[in-house]
Write a new protein. Structure first.
Length: 609
């Protein structure tokens, strides 16, 4: 094995093979953004513990000069033939830079690029559109593969095309056996089958015991040549801290596929236990330590799914505060939600044999997308059935209807499959489905939350002030707002003012001071008027002052506002009467009264249309 330095948590790790490389800010930002978008969490390439983090480390720092030649689908054949023998290599029928105008090879055969991944076209019977295949191949030749995801090694592979015989039988692709090798030692085998139609994947240890598999997977027998594959993989991977070596089995004989240094670019979601286990193997291999023991963690498969499940999620009444925080040289959107526990969204999931997963009402496309993502991550990517959603609030008012639908759908999927996701896992799925979310999946109420990444910035505890809220619509009749159409960018001046508001709210929560929290909410509502001006906001603020209320709050990306009152105030009824009379003089479209401590199903204080 080449000399490598151990990963220490007080400094950046030294890249493998003595190839020092410190990237500029561009790749680091791109990797952070794509990783965060795909996984819903922060990437840690400087202190990698997860397998997916290690791949980002490799993209940023590892410049081993051997990797491009071994990832080159044409050049690697000579290396494999020399190391293992020519019988391991699929012959090349042709290679070049442009496909001929007419097909000179008898089908079936495969056209692929030598410099990219998943760039291939199958000619099975000779009736395929050859002009379309040539056009696609020209596109492969024009585009620099790997640049977008900062996969360094591909830029050093000559662009080219090659043609090989088709290896499958009956037109079906052969099963892929992908062997994960850490420090020259094979640890597990990933099995991929039905890659074109209903792709199924599972991971086995070297004794062919399942480590991870989706529900419904029927364990296939191990390939007859598995031991030969393992020995060959370890021989080809010798000298690397990690590489995946892929094989097929043709007529009970092993056939080399490719060597992969960035599996899935580290962006394919993995269960946490698998991500950390594979990451620990890479950590030990990189540090030059023996990887013992070989056994993988014992992991139970998901329980069979019941026919249906029903789950719910509370909604909210906009935000206490919302704005942008200065973080890491930029301005990051952040908010504290104003929960409303007496209004809930409910989702019923019925799993049954249909040709698709559908939702009712059909307008709930975000909840449907979240359900598809959740079913995939929880081990049932091909599940079908029906989602039925019932919402406790209107859409477009800024009351959390969309996120509540999404979270209730995720919870219903988890309940149906017998799994218990964390709030962080649900937040990651919700962000992927909705792009911007509220922290309704968390039990804690007082969270300073990043809606675009689904991360908790600060947790201020479970205590929440007790308010009576006079709620009303501050916009013209029929006005609705789409959160995603609002700019997430904040100016430096807005960020400075919001930092002061956050400090005030933080102090209020830690000191359990409802009046100080209401003052922070009022300042945030005023600040938001430059972004989403509401016609009746100024009038509502004057009414609140005249009634002696604690303050006001808003749905910052909606049209609803609330006057915050102390429910223990001896003059509460008189203050409510003043607000009602004043609101009616303004021609308001009705109002509602509720209390922050009311739970789901509790009676409303009062509702006036």
């Amino acid at each position: 094995m080449n000399e490598q330095s151990p990963v220490r948590h007080d400094e950046r790790p030294v890249p493998a093979f003595g190839s020092m490389h410190w990237p500029d800010r561009g790749p680091r930002w791109r990797i952070a953004l794509t990783y965060g978008w795909r996984h819903g969490r922060r990437v840690h390439p400087h202190r990698p513990e997860r397998f997916t983090d290690w791949i980002q480390w490799r993209k940023l720092y590892d410049r081993d000069p051997r990797m491009p030649g071994l990832a080159d689908k044409l050049a690697v054949k000579a290396h494999v033939a020399e190391m293992l023998g020519p019988e391991w290599v699929t012959p090349t029928l042709w290679h070049g830079s442009a496909l001929p105008a007419h097909v000179p090879w008898a089908p079936p055969f495969v056209v692929k690029s030598r410099h990219g991944s998943n760039q291939c076209a199958f000619v099975r019977a000779g009736r395929e559109d050859w002009a379309a295949i040539r056009s696609e191949a020209r596109r492969w030749m024009r585009a620099p593969y790997g640049a977008l995801l900062d996969e360094w090694l591909y830029r050093h592979i000559p662009r080219g095309l090659l043609v090989e015989p088709f290896l499958g039988e009956g037109g079906e692709l052969p099963v892929d056996y992908k062997i994960y090798v850490f420090g020259g030692r094979a640890e597990c085998v990933k099995v991929d089958r039905n890659r074109e139609h209903g792709h199924w994947r599972a991971i086995y240890d070297l004794d062919w015991k399942p480590i991870w598999a989706p529900e419904g997977w029927r364990d296939p027998p191990p390939p007859a040549s598995l031991k030969e594959m393992i020995r060959a993989a370890e021989k080809l991977a010798n000298g690397f801290d990690f590489v995946r070596v892929d094989f097929y089995e043709i007529d009970d004989r092993p056939r080399f596929g490719e060597m992969t240094f960035y599996p899935g670019s580290g962006l394919s979601p993995l269960p946490d236990h698998l991500d950390f286990w594979l990451g620990s193997l890479w950590t030990k291999a990189h540090a030059g330590r023996a990887v013992e023991p070989r056994a993988a963690p014992a992991i139970a498969r998901p329980r069979p799914a019941p026919a249906s499940a029903t789950e719910s999620c509370t909604t909210h009444h906009g935000e206490l505060i919302q704005g942008g925080l200065r973080r890491n040289g930029g301005i990051r959107p952040a908010l504290v939600t104003f929960p409303r526990r007496d209004r809930v969204a409910t989702c019923r999931l019925d799993l049954f044999e249909t040709d698709r997963l559908e939702v009712h009402p059909q307008c709930n496309s975000k909840a449907l997308k979240a359900a598809r993502i959740a079913l995939d991550r929880f081990g049932r990517p091909r599940a079908t059935g029906r989602l039925t959603l019932t919402s406790g609030v209107e859409t477009g008012l800024g009351l959390g209807s969309s996120t509540a639908d999404v979270v209730s759908a995720i919870r219903a999927c988890a309940s149906a499959l017998g799994v218990t996701p964390t709030a962080e896992e649900m937040a990651a799925i919700a962000v992927e489905a909705e792009l911007a979310v509220d922290p309704l999946m968390f039990e804690s109420q007082a969270l300073l939350f990043a809606p675009r990444s689904g991360e908790v910035i600060e947790d201020w505890g479970d205590w929440y002030p007790d308010y009576t809220i006079f709620s009303c619509n501050l916009a013209e009749e029929g006005m609705r707002i789409d959160t995603l159409l609002l700019s997430p960018a904040y100016s430096a001046e807005e960020a400075d003012r919001f930092e002061e508001i956050v400090a005030m709210a933080r102090t209020g929560f830690r000191g359990r001071d409802p009046a100080l929290i209401a003052a922070a909410a009022t300042r945030s509502a005023v600040l938001n008027q430059s972004r989403v001006p509401l016609p009746r906001f100024a009038a509502l603020q004057r009414l609140a002052q005249e009634a002696g209320a604690l303050g006001v709050q808003l749905a910052h990306s909606g049209v609803v506002g609330g006057v915050l009152l102390d429910p223990k105030d001896s003059g509460l009824e008189d203050k409510i009467a003043l607000l009602v009379a004043g609101w009616q003089r303004l021609g308001g479209m009705g109002f509602e009264l509720f209390n922050t401590q009311m739970g789901a199903g509790a009676a409303e204080v009062r509702s006036v249309a």
